[in-house]
Design a protein around this ligand. Structure first.
Ligand code: GDP
Ligand code: MG
Length: 260
């Protein structure tokens, strides 16, 4: 996890893109990240580092449970979207917001190391959005999400999409208190990824296999990829789609309606 990749930073920057004067939050009480940073500098496998890792994850799980209760108390469906960079998370959100915002109350928390670019894309759709910049961090954690939610203040009975930082490793380990984990893969990434990143595919409830429109141009076996995903996680639900061409988006929308 982060102690081996050294991603732990000094704390996230939460920006409410809906306001004129974005403000930063300090996180003097972010002990989980301090512990992660302390482990990061050693770069040696040791019992102490493993203890620190477990400590970080245990603290995160407590905060995630608090987020989960908060969502459940308000009847909010929270979805954690994870993928490699560029698989199509923001594109899927833009399209979903365009197609469903008349029917469902939607809002978005964007996670990226730097920039407000994805939040600006979401804001252009008219949807409420808050950006969390993790600096050197390679994942969102439950504490960052809680800070983002304080700023987002989503209404009861709504859907909150959480776009995690793009990678298939650390985000899999950090429960945010979401109802479901959604992993997005695109056909340009190679069909072996479920085997190479099993933690992500084991953690996910649903796999969205995107960019089906590019199949004629890449060496990708859809059935083999789905087989690998089910080998890792027999319960994983799989939907194939193309966000830009619009293929099979109705199946994703039906999934959302069912989970509402
Ligand atoms: N051909 C194709 N391109 C897509 C599709 N979905 C997303 N893209 C493109 O993939 C790139 C990365 O998309 P983005 O949504 O920013 O990915 P993210 O990093 O996961 O948020 C952009 O150029 C999108 O236009 C798709 O279904 N087909
Ligand atoms: Mg994005």
């Amino acid at each position: 996890m982060c102690s081996t990749c050294g991603c732990s930073g000094t704390g996230p920057v939460v920006t409410d893109v809906g306001h004129d004067h974005p403000h930063d939050h300090d996180h003097p009480h972010d002990h989980a990240h301090e512990a992660g940073a302390a482990a990061a500098v050693t770069h040696k496998p040791s019992t102490r580092m493993v203890d620190l890792e477990l400590d970080v994850l245990a603290k995160n799980d407590l905060l995630a449970a608090r987020n989960r209760r908060w969502f459940e108390g308000r009847g909010i469906l929270a979805l954690n979207l994870m993928s490699s960079p560029g698989a199509g998370k923001t594109s899927l959100l833009e399209r979903t917001i365009r197609d469903l915002s008349a029917e469902l109350a939607l809002s978005v928390i964007e996670g990226d190391q730097e920039t407000l670019l994805d939040a600006e894309r979401i804001r252009a759709t008219g949807c409420r959005v808050v950006q969390i910049n993790t600096g050197s961090g390679c994942h969102l954690d439950a504490d960052m999400l809680a800070q983002g939610l304080r700023s987002l203040d989503p209404p009861a009975q709504s859907v909150v999409f959480i776009e995690n930082v793009g990678n298939l490793v650390c985000p899999a380990l950090f429960d945010l208190g979401e109802a479901s984990k959604v992993v997005i893969m695109s056909v340009t990434e190679g069909d072996d990824k479920p085997l190479k990143y099993p933690h992500m595919f084991r953690a996910a409830d649903v796999l969205l296999l995107n960019k089906l429109d590019l199949l004629p141009y890449v060496n990708f076996d859809v059935e083999r990829c789905i087989g690998y995903a089910r080998q890792i996680n027999p319960a994983i639900e799989v939907l194939t789609l193309s966000v830009t061409r619009g293929d099979d988006l109705d199946r994703w929308y039906d999934w959302l309606r069912r989970h509402r």
